[in-house]
Design a protein around this ligand. Structure first.
Ligand code: ATP
Ligand code: MG
Length: 467
């Protein structure tokens, strides 16, 4: 049953309209002036309004504007005297669905109402459908069901202040997701502060978050604000949370619980209003088990978990959409003519194992575009990918000690062969570095860790004399 509101000051007219609609099984409400009309619209939330334009207390246009702005899914039919046809036309421009001239014909009224109700219903269905299969969302490209789920999760999470915990492999768009939550929230016009826990040396991290006062430590020559106070009113994004030292995690937890903190070297508390988002490419439960992430902190922050699927799980269509998007964007940036991929190239893209996910796809396309000319990306231009694969093989084959030694080194066959885990870790990182010609960024990407982690490890090996 549909709810119909009649706003009509002439009682006889209102009664006639009511009578004409009697058999249509609608739930009919009648009010006599604009003020009551507006009240009724808010209360009843009618599916349709029959609106007389000449009301005693206001012009019907006022109501029409309100309906158009706040109640898009309400069908509006304007009832007008013959003399005011031009008003009827204006009413249509303001969003009325139809008009019925006085004297009202019952048939015309019923048909007009029926059509308007149906049209609104169809509009709603179309909008929901569009929402269900969005091709892009806040900088994300992709229409796979997995991404649709991510989009609506982000949209819903954005409305609240709840902490968001983003997980996903490297290059899957974790930072993009964090920004989207902020942008869609009521804090959008306040700061979005990013703190990358892996890129900042451990001893500076506390001061980066909480700030410090002059003289707090050597080199602290002036008071300095930290990310926590800069983010006041906005969002604090703690990237690579798993890399934060455990003692600092305790301080962070206290901050999250109380909303207040003390800058390094200060004894006065600062209160701020901050929304927390964090991200990690580790499995957080594993990090908790390994003692790298405090369990209480994890549960505190993991209010809304958002998991970004790896590219290989998003299906062929998403890979093609992303590839086309990057091709157009990069061609424009690089002033090249490329507009499409050959079928074979797309096929290769769809089956390639993108361990660096969207970022790797983007970088690969950039590399191909920069190094080539033409309109279509052809298979011959794809040796960038081949080179990567070759290099990975070379890493095994041409390692100074040969492939077999490499395998022996990593796979202990007897108890005596087993070395401390730290040593394997170092060997793997060094092997990866040599395979990437010493390029730390590249090696870290392939190892799915942060470049800063390699720098830190190198320092540790030196300190402990294991390099
Ligand atoms: N679905 C997507 N559509 C379009 N661009 C994307 C998408 N996902 C990621 N990107 C782009 O890929 C790059 C990597 O994304 P982002 O930095 O958000 O990943 P990340 O998960 O934070 O990676 P890391 O773990 O390495 O820090 C960015 O340039 C981002 O704009
Ligand atoms: Mg990131």
């Amino acid at each position: 049953m549909k709810k119909i509101l009649i706003i009509e000051d002439e009682e006889v007219m209102a009664a006639t309209l009511d009578e004409y609609l009697m058999h249509s099984m609608h739930d009919i409400h009648i009010v006599q002036n604009g003020t009551d009309g507006i009240k009724a619209i808010e209360q009843i939330k009618p599916d349709a309004v029959l609106l007389d334009l000449n009301l005693p207390d206001m012009h019907g246009f006022e109501i029409l504007k309100l309906l158009h702005k706040n109640h898009k899914h309400c069908a509006v039919i304007v009832i007008t005297g013959q003399a005011s046809m031009s008003a009827a036309v204006d009413a249509m421009k303001l969003g009325a669905h139809d008009f019925v001239p006085k004297p009202v014909s019952p048939e015309r009224l019923r048909v007009s109402l029926q059509n308007a109700l149906e049209r609104v219903e169809l509009q709603e269905i179309a909008q929901n459908f569009e929402k269900m299969s969005r091709k892009n969302f806040q900088g994300f490209i992709g229409k796979s069901p997995k991404m649709q789920a991510v989009y609506s999760l982000i949209e819903n999470a954005a409305q609240s202040k709840a902490s968001v915990f983003i997980t996903g492999e490297s290059g899957t768009g974790k930072e993009l997701a964090a920004r989207a939550v902020h942008e869609l929230s009521s804090r959008a016009n306040k700061p979005f502060e990013v703190l990358n826990c892996a890129a900042i040396p451990h001893n500076l991290l506390e001061s980066e978050i909480f700030g410090h006062v002059r003289g707090a430590f050597t080199g602290a020559t002036a008071d300095r604000e930290g990310a926590a106070s800069r983010a006041d009113g906005g969002t604090l994004f703690l990237d690579e949370l798993g890399e934060m030292p455990i003692d600092l995690q305790a301080k962070l937890l206290r901050f999250i619980q109380s909303g207040s903190f003390m800058p390094v070297g200060d004894s006065r508390q600062r209160d701020v209003d901050v929304r927390f988002i964090c991200a990690t490419n580790r499995d957080p439960m594993n990090a908790v088990r390994e003692g790298l992430l405090r369990e209480d902190l994890y549960y505190r922050l993991n209010v809304v978990p958002v998991y970004l699927p790896p590219l290989r799980d998003r299906g062929a269509e998403d890979i093609k959409l992303l590839a086309q998007h990057f091709l157009e964007e990069i061609s424009r940036e690089e002033k090249k003519e490329f507009t499409s991929f050959s079928e074979e190239v797309l096929e290769l893209f769809v089956h390639y194992r993108w361990s660096g996910n969207v970022r790797e796809l983007e970088n690969t396309i950039r590399c191909i575009v920069v190094l080539n000319k033409g309109e279509t990306i052809e298979l011959e231009m794809m040796n960038v990918l081949d080179q990567e694969a070759e290099r990975r093989l070379e890493m095994l084959a041409t390692d100074a000690q040969g492939a077999q030694v490499f395998a022996d080194q990593f796979l202990p066959v007897s108890e005596l062969d087993i070395k401390p885990l730290e040593v394997y870790e170092r060997d793997i990182i060094l092997a990866a570095l040599s395979a990437c010609n010493g390029n730390i960024t590249k090696a870290s990407r392939r190892l799915d860790i942060n470049p800063a982690t390699i720098h830190r490890k190198q320092k540790q090996w030196k300190e402990r004399g294991i390099s």
